[in-house]
Design a protein around this ligand. Structure first.
Ligand code: C5P
Length: 223
């Protein structure tokens, strides 16, 4: 028997990672941040000076990622690549761009497919990404799809960056968010779209706590 899975999909900056981690903690389940695997593949390929046009080599990198996911003492996720802490580095805009270059490559997605499936362990898994409910875990017992307006996601990102002392304009962030949505939604392979049986949660006017409470009502009602 396979362990149960809950999927949380949605566009970038919508808060899926936060929600998925909170759900995993509340249930005592495992957690998969699938976007980090694309980020790690991009970073690792870049570090190894691999030609991004060589899809087979990119897939080799993806298949052999030496990665460890650890929960740190504050409950955050710490990520080690070949024993080096890359937690902060993989969240940078630069690595986000590398990730979005490797994400449309079929061979990369194929190589990461089984790695992602390997996270399905007892007592259960909460997985977040773009295609968790549609491609990787189509049999998931609960599929959540989180949305929020591009303006709201840009605003949240602006506040985050401001806290880190990074100076950016909201208008520029909103433009970047729209471009990323466009790429993720219109790519031919594993495009961002809700599964037919997904539950939609629009978080535009909700706090993090309200999103969690809303998701938990579906978790309690499932199956
Ligand atoms: O979620 P995150 O922003 O970390 O994802 C980084 C990139 O990886 C995104 O641009 C997205 O295109 C890609 N990705 C994907 N499939 C997933 C998760 C992320 O293609 N399941």
């Amino acid at each position: 028997h396979l362990s149960p899975v809950i999927t949380v999909d949605g566009p970038s900056g919508v808060g899926k990672g936060t929600l998925a981690m909170q759900l995993a903690d509340a249930l005592g389940w495992h957690f998969l941040d699938s976007g980090s695997l694309y980020r790690l593949t991009g970073l690792s390929a870049h570090n190894q000076q691999i030609d991004f046009a060589n899809h087979q080599q990119l897939a080799d990198v993806a298949a052999h990622l030496d990665v460890q996911f650890l929960r740190d003492s504050q409950g955050g996720l710490q990520i080690l690549l070949a024993s080096e802490d890359v937690t902060a580095e993989i969240r940078t805009e630069q690595v986000g761009n590398l990730a979005s270059q490797v994400a449309p490559v079929a061979e990369v997605r194929q190589a990461l497919f089984q790695r992602q499936r390997d996270f399905q362990l007892p007592p259960g898994l909460v997985a977040d990404g773009r295609d968790m409910g549609t491609v990787v875990f189509p049999g998931a017992e609960l599929k959540l799809f989180l949305t929020a307006s591009a303006e709201e996601r840009a605003k949240r990102r602006y506040i985050q960056l401001k806290e880190k002392g990074v100076d950016v304009s909201i208008a520029r962030l909103a433009e970047e968010v729209r471009q990323r949505d466009e790429r993720d939604t219109n790519r031919s392979i594993a495009p961002l779209c809700p599964a037919d049986d997904a539950v939609m949660i629009d978080s535009t006017e909700m706090t993090i706590e309200e999103v969690f409470e809303s998701a938990m009502t579906y978790v309690r009602d499932r199956g």
